[in-house]
Design a protein around this ligand. Structure first.
Ligand code: ADP
Length: 168
């Protein structure tokens, strides 16, 4: 008799302001090996600047993007990631690595999270090379200056960006 294993619940935290094709790519890759993926939009208490989109708007946009994927849940969290992850029994933290520059911070976070909760394991995924230079802040900046970001975000996100910068 094979022993039933606990479902593997992954958690992908971030600000997702807005979700880019790079983020989507990481989610799709994670879904290859997790049973369920919680995409968790962080309330960034530590950041002084308010984001472009409100947290409920970000959550709604991500839900639209993954409406075809029943294994994805989109939520928001405040405070420490590990506390939220523990509450949700999500032991696998998913992070994307774009370049070496991401590494130091990500590595430090992974070790600290495990220190805070010893069941927290972090996996780093590399995105498709097309998205390895992409960040949400770059997308916001280009869009605000009237540049074309249609390759970097889903059509529904693009529409919201255009609406935001009133060029729809
Ligand atoms: P951003 O840096 O774009 O503002 P977040 O802070 O929301 O994004 O990042 C959440 C996670 O997604 C982080 O692990 C970050 O490294 C990763 N990530 C962001 N953009 C990409 C991308 N283009 N490719 C792979 N991973 C990415």
């Amino acid at each position: 008799m094979t022993e039933a294993r606990n479902p593997c619940i992954g958690i992908y935290p971030g600000s997702f302001d807005p979700m880019t094709r790079g983020h989507e790519d990481i989610c799709r890759r994670a879904l290859e090996f997790v049973d369920k993926l919680i995409i968790a939009v962080a309330h960034t208490r530590t950041q002084k600047k308010a984001g472009l989109f409100s947290i409920p708007e970000r959550v709604e946009m991500i839900r639209e993007l993954f409406s075809d994927e029943p294994r994805v849940e989109v939520d928001e969290f405040d405070g420490l990631l590990v506390q939220y992850a523990q509450k949700r029994d999500a032991t696998l933290i998913v992070r994307g690595l774009r370049a070496v520059s991401d590494f130091e911070y990500e590595f430090q976070m992974a070790l600290m999270n495990r220190e805070l909760w010893d069941r927290a394991e972090t996996v780093f995924l590399a995105p498709d090379a097309r998205y390895s230079f992409l960040s949400a802040s770059l997308v916001r900046e280009i869009a605000s200056l009237g540049g074309d970001v249609s390759e970097f975000v889903a059509p529904s996100v693009l529409e919201r960006l255009n609406r935001h910068y009133s060029r729809a």
